[in-house]
Ligand binder design. Structure first.
Ligand SMILES: CSC[C@@H](O)[C@H](O)C(=O)COP(=O)(O)O
Length: 345
């Protein structure tokens, strides 16, 4: 399963808003269409939006390949700026865009058509590398998943949220592939229901036992002794290990701490942001309150009553047992221990 497919000229995006009932691919052939697919969350998940933006830049470069060289560079800047405005919290988006900006800068001696080809190949590389990083992370994460583990996860961190395989769900997949007899509780993840719609869909396809719970049931299950560990993904991890992830993650981490349950974060190093010291500096996306007050086209909150929709929260590093990346695992993360990930090549 994959959320995007490059067709050589256009990008097909699996419309995740329609899942699980309908499998519909939308064809994006302009930068604007790619940007809107990210904004409207047809494609979502931190690494997936990074890879999608990279292909958006490739589409932009191909559109701009008839321009004079003098016009091409400011045009590509505008393409990058547009894609950078789509969503603010997941750093993978900005990581992919700056990787592309660097590539363009360092190859400015090439002619415009050659550059467009190079940019397209780089987008493909970003997607391939993401899948490889997830698989490596899965192997590093294996030792934290005991045989028989009952695992709680939040949001969707699977193949659909990445270029393939998944982050936290990648670790769960790796445990299943290693024949560990695991089962999963998937938080439904209000308001977009990524857990109920997408995680349940992916795990069902892989025949990994999954039970969906509402976000508010996690504490009940933990108190009953029915959760052995929690594993989630991340949208941005700062230098001290503070982790922004889907709204509701922080509450889970507090609950896990209270019940003495290990709480793991799995994320590729493209999710690290060492330019920020702590999670307090992370911009949290505020989405439309209507996404909370209207469910499936039906208003659930009286007209005129405000609703809030912060799409992410920050889990302080002290609540995290370990951060699993493709470069290795940082246990009890803090500024000093995280630094090792900054150094490794
Ligand atoms: C693939 S790991 C990242 C997820 O844990 C994460 O919360 C995420 O990116 C989902 O956010 P979304 O708002 O659905 O794009």
């Amino acid at each position: 399963m994959e959320p995007i497919k490059w067709n050589g000229k256009t990008l097909a995006v699996l419309d995740q808003l329609q899942l699980p009932e309908t499998i519909e691919w939308v064809e994006c052939s302009t930068v604007e269409e790619v940007a809107e697919a990210i904004e409207k969350m047809k494609v979502r998940g931190a690494p997936a939006i990074g890879a999608t933006a990279a292909f958006g830049i490739a589409i932009g470069a191909r559109e701009g390949a008839n321009l004079d060289k003098k016009e091409f560079f400011p045009y590509m800047d505008a393409v990058c700026d547009r894609l950078a405005k789509t969503r603010p919290t997941a750093v993978n988006l900005f990581w992919a865009i700056s990787r592309m900006r660097e590539l363009i800068k360092h190859n400015s001696d090439l002619d415009v058509k050659q550059l467009a080809e190079l940019i397209t190949r780089e987008a493909q590389t970003i997607a391939q590398e993401d899948v490889e990083m997830n698989k490596t992370m899965g192997q590093y994460g294996l030792r934290f998943i005991p045989d028989g583990a009952r695992i709680l996860t939040h949001c969707n961190t699977g193949a659909l949220a990445t270029a393939g395989y998944g982050t936290a769900l990648g670790v769960i997949r790796a445990a299943h592939e290693a024949n560990k007899n695991i089962s999963v509780y998937a938080d439904e993840t209000r308001p977009y229901l990524q857990g109920a719609r997408l995680t349940a869909f992916e795990l069902q396809q892989d025949r990994i036992p999954v039970t969906v719970i509402t976000d508010s049931m996690a504490g009940y299950l933990m108190r009953q002794g029915q959760v052995d560990l929690v594993i989630v993904g991340a949208d941005r991890i700062t230098a001290n290990g503070d982790t922004a992830n889907k709204i509701g993650t922080y509450s889970l981490a507090v609950l896990a701490k209270h019940h003495g349950i290990p709480f793991y974060v799995a994320a590729p190093t493209s999710t690290l942001d060492f330019s920020l010291e702590t999670g307090d500096q992370i911009e949290i996306e505020q989405r439309s309150p209507e996404e909370v007050s209207i469910i499936g086209g039906k208003r659930m909150v009286p007209e005129g009553v405000p609703a809030l929709h912060p799409a992410f929260d920050v889990t302080p590093h002290k609540l995290i047992t370990a951060i699993i990346t493709e470069k290795g695992v940082v246990e009890s993360p803090d500024r000093d221990r995280m630094a090792v990930l900054n150094r490794k090549g």
